[in-house]
Design a protein around this ligand. Structure first.
Ligand SMILES: Cc1cc2nc3c(=O)[nH]c(=O)nc-3n(C[C@H](O)[C@H](O)[C@H](O)COP(=O)(O)OP(=O)(O)OC[C@H]3O[C@@H](n4cnc5c(N)ncnc54)[C@H](O)[C@@H]3O)c2cc1C
Length: 347
């Protein structure tokens, strides 16, 4: 198969990369998406645990910007997103208090990765492809993966990755983009999961309370998976999200020790509650969980000779920000005339 216009490559099939790829594909552009993981999703991915799936990254999202609201409406029509949670609880002075700001929130249905799988439908997605180097050639960019396979040529390469990861790939080719990436360090976060043998009751809260925020200590959030739409997580499956400072102090610790530490923190935060017995537990370390700082300016970066950056680091630490960053970059690339190439084999 041959093409007379150069295809675009998007490295990273998280929400930003997929939003960018969709904007390009919907405008009729040829686009290839590469991701090192087994499927799309990135920090929105879901992990299988027996019969169910659990999120150890993003749990839900809000939609404020009109473009993202319209996108979420489309996800809801497609059945891959639904409202959640109905109420939030916050532990204040040791007591759970109901907290609501009246703003709707959503999550993926039946799991968060349903959203990113939906977005990836129809795209040329190459999972299990860790890009290790970019090579500039006369006919465009070539991407070298961890298996030594070479992909391309591509007219543009979008790096939809946490900035430290993007910075390493662009550094040999675009000092300006590399410097921009150095200004967006990422914080780390431990996320544990625990299966309990009975539901966890929260004094004063409804039996199906969905989410508890904590003010201090190593534990900052407890999420009950059975409260999410379309889940079967009985009797109790929890995600425990750690405080970022605590996570960074224990960056190299063993996952089981982190899960135990967060369960101990939960027990200490609820001294009047008998914690049900833990049947199984584990933890995942997000090395690049969220940007420490957001640089001023546009919510994406266009560099030299067709390199570009998008992702939450360029706009804000939320799904909505990441989607908007990728979407805006895709639109910007669509408005640039496609770079014609001589007849080249499609990568
Ligand atoms: C613990 C946690 C909880 C969160 N909770 C929420 C929440 O409740 N609500 C909310 O709105 N946001 C939340 N967030 C933030 C949200 O998940 C992110 O803002 C968003 O998912 C970022 O999307 P992204 O596409 O920019 O990056 P990512 O999702 O990180 O996507 C980057 C992709 O690049 C791939 N990749 C990396 N390097 C390479 C390479 N060399 N070659 C190929 N592929 C590569 C990765 O596999 C990944 O799929 C949370 C994040 C974390 C970590």
């Amino acid at each position: 198969m041959t093409s007379t216009t150069a295809p675009h490559a998007v490295i990273g099939a998280g929400i930003a990369g997929l939003a960018c790829a969709r904007a390009l594909a919907d405008a009729g552009r040829d686009v290839v998406v590469l991701d090192k993981a087994r499927g799309p999703g990135g920090r929105m991915s879901s992990r299988r645990l027996g019969e169910t799936a659990i999120e150890l990254g993003a749990q839900g999202f809000r939609a404020s910007h009109p473009a993202f609201r319209a996108e979420v409406d489309a996800w809801r029509r497609a059945g891959v997103a639904a409202p959640w949670p109905a109420a939030l609880w916050r532990l204040e002075d040791g007591r759970p208090r109901r907290r609501t700001d009246g703003r709707p929130r959503f999550t993926g249905r039946p799991r968060m990765s349903a959203v990113t799988r939906h977005l990836a439908t129809g795209l040329d997605l190459r999972p299990g492809t860790r890009v290790e180097a970019l090579r500039r050639a006369a006919e465009g960019w070539r991407l070298v993966d961890a298996a030594g396979e070479v992909h391309g040529p591509f007219a543009t390469v979008v790096l939809a990755l946490p900035a430290p990861q993007a910075g390493r790939l662009v550094a040999p080719h675009d000092p300006g983009l590399a410097a921009a990436c150095r200004a967006v360090p990422q914080r780390a976060c431990w996320a544990a999961w625990a299966r309990l043998e009975a539901p966890l009751a929260l004094p004063g809260a409804e039996a199906d309370w969905p989410l508890l925020e904590l003010e201090t200590g190593p534990l900052r959030r407890v999420i009950r998976h059975g409260s999410k739409p379309g889940r079967a997580a009985r009797p109790e499956l929890l995600t425990l999200l750690a405080d970022l400072d605590w996570s960074e102090r224990h960056l190299e610790a063993a996952p089981e020790a982190m899960a135990d530490g967060l369960l101990e923190a939960l027990a200490a935060a609820l001294p009047d509650v008998a914690l049900p017995r833990v049947r199984a537990r584990g933890a995942h370390r997000w090395r690049y969980a969220e940007p420490a700082a957001i640089p001023p300016g546009e919510d994406f970066r266009l560099g030299e000779r067709g390199l570009a950056l998008c992702g939450d680091g360029w706009r804000g630490a939320r799904i909505e920000d990441a989607w908007l960053s990728g979407h805006h970059l895709g639109e910007a690339l669509c408005h640039r005339p496609p770079e014609p190439l001589a007849e080249i084999p499609r990568p």
